[in-house]
Design a protein around this ligand. Structure first.
Ligand SMILES: Nc1ncnc2c1ncn2[C@@H]1O[C@H](COP(=O)(O)OP(=O)(O)OP(=O)(O)O)[C@@H](O)[C@H]1O
Ligand SMILES: [Mg+2]
Length: 307
């Protein structure tokens, strides 16, 4: 999940895509996933703001685990991989298993989290400063290892999950590039305002540029595919985006055609209160939360159709 624009809903949509996959009916699982089983999900919080960890666990539990009991985080893994090409480490020891909250009382089984730490605020700097002696600096293809840490971290987990969702910070630094290197797809949430839509062209160009750079450095590296652009914080008037947002949406559709998701998420306090309670909006079925839950499930279905 990426966008260098902040506050557009990266974390909210990551959290609800993953948890939404567990809300699909059995018929939908068969239709979209070709399996009756609930998919195994891993959330990777790749952002120093730790918002995905907090959304999944609730703020008190997150702070207890990481700052009181010093539970290990993805930041410790990054540090090990930056200092050592092949550290003797078991990534499973860093994963919080079956702790993502469904509501105040229940948790999702088969849904895990690799939590973040706020010290990741300096991760881009650490990656930039740690050069390997046997590599020349300068050309990106010669420093490809700086983009591969997260891929190496997640490698042992590929076969164990049906979906791995990586939430990124609002920038295009090394931390985000590591997520892109490790990903098959990227999804871009956006607001329907002038400044949010402005950055999308540059973002798509950046994905193209990275695909070329990665393919040059590592010939068999799979291309990152943009799954699409999802509009968030939409204000509706008569069940469709209000006029100013509708115009921006139409312009995005003209420019990016099928990349634009048909489904979108409205702005509403269902998300706000669910977020405070540390659970997805699906926990509450009435009022605005009910409506946002339905819209998010439409995004989940469209995401599955697209991939
Ligand atoms: N559709 C919505 N309705 C109401 N509130 C929303 C909605 N989407 C997101 N929010 C709220 O807006 C804030 C920003 O959303 P979120 O954290 O998901 O964005 P982000 O892109 O991950 O931000 P950052 O760039 O800082 O990582 C959060 O407090 C979130 O709860
Ligand atoms: Mg975020």
């Amino acid at each position: 999940m990426m966008n260098w624009k902040g506050g557009v809903g990266k974390t909210t949509i990551t959290h609800h895509l993953g948890t939404g996959l567990h809300m699909l009916s059995q018929e939908e699982r068969v239709k979209y996933l070709h399996s009756e089983k609930t998919p195994r999900i891993l959330f990777v919080d790749n952002d120093a703001q730790c918002n995905l960890s907090i959304s999944c666990l609730h703020v008190e539990k997150y702070e207890d685990l990481v700052y009181k009991y010093h539970y290990k985080t993805i930041h410790d893994l990054y540090k090990l991989f930056i200092c050592n090409e092949a550290p003797a480490v078991d990534v499973h020891d860093y994963i919080l298993k079956n702790q993502v909250r469904m509501d105040a009382k229940k948790i999702f089984m088969g849904m895990d989290l690799l939590p973040a730490h706020q010290e990741m605020a300096y991760l881009d700097l650490n990656i930039a400063m740690n050069n390997r002696a046997n590599f020349e600096s300068g050309l990106m293809s010669k420093e490809i290892y700086k983009y591969q840490y997260l891929d190496h971290i997640l490698e042992p987990l590929w076969g164990e999950y049906d979906f791995i969702f990586i939430d990124c910070p609002p920038n295009l630094g090394y931390t985000t590039m590591n997520a892109l290197y490790a990903s098959e797809y990227c999804l871009i949430p956006t607001g329907l305002d002038h400044l949010s839509s402005y950055g999308i062209a540059s973002l798509l160009k950046e994905v193209d540029r990275l695909n070329t750079e990665f393919a040059t450095a590592v010939p068999n590296h799979p291309m990152i595919e943009v799954v699409g652009i999802v509009a968030n914080n939409v204000d509706e008037n008569r069940q469709e985006p209000k006029r100013s947002q509708k115009l921006i949406r139409e312009r995005l559709q003209e420019n990016y055609h099928e990349l634009m998701f048909k489904s979108y998420l409205t702005r509403g306090d269902g998300i706000t209160s669910a977020s405070e309670q540390g659970c997805p909006v699906y926990a509450e079925r009435s009022g605005n939360a009910g409506k946002q839950g339905e819209l998010l499930m439409n995004i989940v279905r469209e995401f599955l159709e697209r991939i």
